[in-house]
Ligand binder design. Structure first.
Ligand SMILES: [Zn+2]
Ligand SMILES: [Zn+2]
Length: 293
């Protein structure tokens, strides 16, 4: 059977467009065999895009209810996109106590804080990006990016993520290489050290298509150079759309498959029948072996 699968999606519980059920219906309509929800997990400070503490239990319950309700049509999985916040991970662990997840995606959206204690979000707007670059790192991009990669490694060591979300997010606003060139040796060294660590710890790296379909970027997260090194190191990958609306669930997936195939990756991981499996991938989709009846 050939199908797509997506494990990175945001609904109305965080910053997505609508209720989870609409994503399920669209995934069934598109013939997905598996679909996962990964709302932005609660963080110990106010944001406009994370699931508020008070709504987390309801989110978990609703996805569990949908799993039951639709189990004959599609396999649904309960996850979260978890922000790595050094020294502050206990907040979420307390909230999740007694609520097992099927998987989680660990991502970095926050890098250190401004003098007034406000977190620097590297993922909102160019204005915010530039404000943090100047206010925290004195306009030294190399220092900021080095800090980003250090935090990424700290996250991998401390949390051993199942999936690492948009691994090279720090390049988001680097259009026309306005901040740096990804080929600079200091940057390549940061990437290499991180990939070596990932290879040792066994996390999967997400191939995230959102920049491609939403902002018209030809490179994905992570970019070509990083993915070809991932291929050499044999690190497992999973294709995700990071969708925020039902009509985005499979956006960019054929492109990502072609991108991977060109860089010598011919298999991706999918969560199916409750386990992660490595399956052949092409522009047409992921080939999932189904047991003969
Ligand atoms: Zn994210
Ligand atoms: Zn996301």
């Amino acid at each position: 059977m050939i199908s797509w699968a997506n494990y990175h999606s945001h609904t109305q519980y965080c910053d997505g467009a609508t209720l989870p059920e609409a994503y399920v219906e669209e995934a069934i309509r598109q013939g997905f065999v598996a679909y996962g929800f990964s709302g932005h997990a609660s963080v110990p400070f106010a944001t406009e895009w994370c699931i508020p503490d008070a709504r987390l239990a309801q989110y978990l319950q609703e996805i569990c209810k949908l799993k039951e309700q639709y189990h004959r049509q599609i396999q649904l999985y309960l996850g979260l996109e978890i922000d790595y916040l050094p020294g502050q991970m206990d907040h979420l662990k307390r909230l999740l106590h007694g609520h097992p997840l099927d998987y989680s995606i660990h991502s970095i959206h926050f890098v250190d804080s401004f003098d007034d204690g406000r977190r620097w979000n590297i993922d909102t707007s160019r204005e915010e990006f530039d404000a943090g670059l100047q206010g925290i790192f004195h306009n030294n991009f190399r220092m900021a990016a080095t800090r980003f990669w250090e935090l990424t490694r700290q996250m991998i060591r401390e949390e051993t993520p199942r999936i690492i979300g948009h691994l090279d997010k720090i390049k988001m606003f680097n259009t026309n290489r306005c901040y740096f060139d990804e080929n600079e040796s200091w940057y390549r060294n940061q990437v290499e050290e991180t990939l070596q660590l990932i290879q040792k710890t066994g996390s999967m790296v997400e191939i995230n298509t959102r920049g491609y379909y939403r902002y018209g970027q030809s490179d994905l997260y992570p970019g070509r150079a990083i993915v070809s090194r991932i291929a050499e190191l044999g690190i497992p990958v999973v294709i995700n759309s990071d969708c925020h609306a039902p009509n985005e669930i499979s956006n960019g997936m054929p492109y990502a498959a072609q991108f991977l195939n060109e860089l010598n990756i011919h298999k991706v991981m999918i969560l199916h029948d409750g386990i992660w499996k490595s399956c052949p991938v092409s522009e047409k989709g992921i080939e999932i072996a189904t047991p003969k009846a």
